[in-house]
Design a protein around this ligand. Structure first.
Ligand code: IMP
Ligand code: MG
Length: 176
């Protein structure tokens, strides 16, 4: 991995872990006495959902979905294709979508519509990162890790053309 490809670090590993702990505490309190189904959105949310789930103190299960948005590498079109659907039904379940980043919001908006149609008891969103400046649709995001400026970031699961997911921090891609 060439060092010149990675720019400024926006979120350090210890800040990621601290924030994940805070979110887990809120979610644990909000879902006390219920049983929660986490839906990790692959691949970007892989580390986030696994770190978050390990810190939840409520009864919970996890399922995964993989989606691809038609569009260029760095911007989405809102037309979303399901690459991998959930293994199980969400009807009557308390569901929490766990996303890496909400940019325009178009991908999440599609996911919410699709999952709402399957009649969950409740449906909320937990996103590690959001770029409020880029939002094109107004979405109810219950839990947010960090609001970041409008720059393309990689690391802690987030990629650029499938690379850099393994970085332990969130950093700006050089030149973006
Ligand atoms: P949206 O539909 O514009 O909200 O885009 C959402 C998806 O685009 C995310 O789930 C990411 O996979 C990807 N994405 C958006 N911004 C970034 C970024 O800064 N770095 C890496 N992936 C991103
Ligand atoms: Mg991606």
């Amino acid at each position: 991995m060439a060092a010149h490809e990675i720019g400024e670090v926006l979120v350090q590993p210890e800040d990621l872990q601290r924030r994940v702990g805070e979110l887990a505490e809120r979610i644990t309190a909000d879902y006390a006495g219920r049983s929660l189904l986490l839906i990790g959105v692959l691949k970007g949310a892989m580390f986030f959902v696994s770190d978050l789930m390990r810190r939840l103190e409520v009864d919970c299960e996890v399922d995964f979905m993989a989606v691809a948005s038609y569009g260029s590498q760095t911007s989405s079109s809102g037309v979303v294709r399901i690459l991998k659907d959930l293994d199980g039904s969400i009807e009557g379940r308390d569901v929490l979508i766990v996303e890496d980043i909400v940019d325009s919001g178009l991908t999440l908006s599609y996911l919410l519509r699709t999952l709402r149609a399957r009649d969950p008891a409740s449906l909320e969103v937990c996103a590690l990162l959001t770029k409020p400046e880029r939002r094109e649709v107004d979405l109810p995001i219950r839990y947010v890790g960090f609001e970041i400026e409008n720059r393309f970031v990689v690391g802690y699961g987030l990629d650029h053309a499938e690379r850099f997911r393994n970085l332990p921090y969130v950093a700006v891609l050089a030149g973006h």
